[in-house]
Write a protein that binds this ligand. Sequence first.
Ligand code: URA
Length: 310
Amino acid sequence: MTPPSGRKPGSGSGQGSGSGSGSGGRGNRRTKGTGPTKGSGPRFAGSTKPSQPTRLPRQQDRPAVDVHDPDGVRLQKLLAAAGVGSRRTCEGLIAAGRVAVDGQVVTELGVRIDPARQVVHVDGIRINLDESRVYLAFNKPLGVVSTMNDELGRISLADYVGDRNERLFHVGRLDADTEGLLLLTNDGDLANRLQHPSHGVAKTYIARIAGPVPRDLGRRLRDGVELDDGPAKVDSFKVVDSQPGKAMVEVVIHEGRKHIVRRMLDATGHPVETLVRVQVGPIRLGDLKSGRTRRLTPDEVGQLYAAAGM
Ligand code: URA
């Protein structure tokens, strides 16, 4: 697909030199017991009943603090602006005890809070209250280097999102000859955390290799293979389709070493022919078209916060 700039994707391989890290972002207030609930799609909108078991912060564990900020903004207004639902829906969520501010469930409707300082969860999912923050899924096409500014003039992420006002960071990288999901955000704190090995965000890839797939390939990859920079293993391996000359396999890994999936499959004697990343942590590529971006939903952003321990 031709980037929006009108340039044709180049055929360069290898990785760009851009950094997915950055600064900015707010304080990382951590809230206990606020992990994501399962399920997909808009979880909050139009609903005043939890569709899943609610995991609100355990109030008995924390001393009561006053979450009111008389100079702040009304909670339902902030929630509505964050895309949780209409104001009325948000009032329903508050009244139903599904909203927590700084770990405390708030059921009173007039509460004003400071969105820059306070942390809000709905059904245990953290809500981004800062409208200037942008969280995007991008389907990186083949031939595009994962950098915002390529000194060699290759087609880069800037050709797709360079005209946006925000300064976007990419969360990790994909090889130029790998396509698929790349997360982009101006929330440098989240980008850094998602890439940090301590958070171990799982990434799912679909690789095409020459078939048929031997029965023991999954076991070998799960046990670990020796690479020139140390051992590596997959979290899970699944054959999606296997035919005599062609097979599709799904590989889930946590780590982010360069060319890691290609090198692991190479090491087992099954070189990768094509590679697509289809999921990063809780975010799926879905049917997003090559070269296109989409905004993550408030629920997806909340799940990313949780994956990053925020
Ligand atoms: N592993 C690879 O080999 N390439 C990528 O782009 C990502 C993971």
